[in-house]
Design a protein around this ligand. Structure first.
Ligand SMILES: [Zn+2]
Length: 281
């Protein structure tokens, strides 16, 4: 497969030819950065792990040049850091037994400048080759602009494709969780399975974790907290949960206003707070 950036990286852990590897995909995540996939879309990875008829593919839009660095990585140039991040993402794909791992190699600013046509074109090519049923994107209330931008490019690509629509599109948690969504609006994704693999997947990103950000512990902690605090009554069926915002309607209806749709979740949160204050005030 050919992509627009010469530095684009395709890795197939089991060595299958890349077009065939991609064609077996059932679950696919498009993230902004290396390590986002393992934080936001472990549900999809776990749904496919070790099964012959389900395959997870990861797509990372950016090149990792802007990542923070400390310790043994402190003196690394941007170019050397890109290589570290590509290698770390490949390690995760191997541990998670992904069908295919694609790193498209765009700069953050390229993803954030609309319409980002080359990125949309690459994503269109991937969606058509993989035709996944379940898609994992960043949620559209994330506080990292590159996350929101990459999710918007993926939605733009899916909206424009004729003859293919995924069954489910999830907006997932990295930089801002989704506990604030009304329970009816939450899509709880069980992520209790194989906590050993879940831990390894975030742990292989040594350049990030050893830089002083314990994403490994924080990600596991967030999942435990969600499982515990989802409902005040009853016992927990899951020991770990991720929450997602349902983005499927935005892909099914290309005319639906993205801002209106996302802000409707905020409106329902606001109304709930106001109602409770009114009830006991
Ligand atoms: Zn990120």
């Amino acid at each position: 497969m050919q992509f627009n950036k010469p530095a684009a990286d395709i890795f197939v852990p089991d060595g299958m030819e890349s077009a065939a590897a991609l064609a077996r995909t059932t679950h696919l995540c498009v993230s902004a950065h290396q390590d986002d996939i393992e934080i936001m879309a472990y549900h999809g990875i776990a749904e496919c792990f070790g099964l012959p008829n389900r395959w997870f593919t990861g797509v990372v839009a950016t090149d990792g040049a802007g990542s923070p660095r400390a310790g043994i990585y402190a003196d690394y140039t941007g170019e050397r850091m890109k290589k570290v991040r590509v290698a770390e993402q490949r390690k995760a794909a191997y541990v998670g037994e992904y069908a295919c791992q694609i790193q498209l190699g765009y700069s953050s600013s390229e993803t954030k400048t609309p319409p980002a046509a080359p990125l949309v074109e690459d994503l269109t090519r991937i969606f058509l080759a993989a035709r996944p049923e379940e898609i994992y994107l960043h949620n559209l209330a994330d506080k990292h602009d590159t996350h929101v931008a990459v999710a918007l490019r993926a939605i733009a690509a899916m909206r424009a494709i004729g003859g293919y629509k995924p069954k489910k599109v999830y907006g997932c948690e990295v930089w801002r969780d989704l506990d604030w969504l009304q329970d009816d609006d939450k899509r709880p994704l069980p992520v209790s399975a194989r906590s050993n693999i879940a831990a390894a997947l975030v742990g292989v990103f040594d350049s990030q974790v050893s830089g002083g950000k314990r994403y490994d512990l924080a990600t596991a902690g967030r999942r435990l907290a969600h499982a515990t605090y989802l409902a005040s009554h009853g016992t927990d069926e899951e020991s770990a949960l991720s929450f997602a915002m349902d983005l499927t309607p935005l892909v099914e209806d290309p005319n639906l206003s993205i801002a209106d749709y996302v802000l409707s979740f905020v409106d329902r949160f606001r109304a709930d707070v106001a109602k409770r204050l009114g009830a006991v005030g």
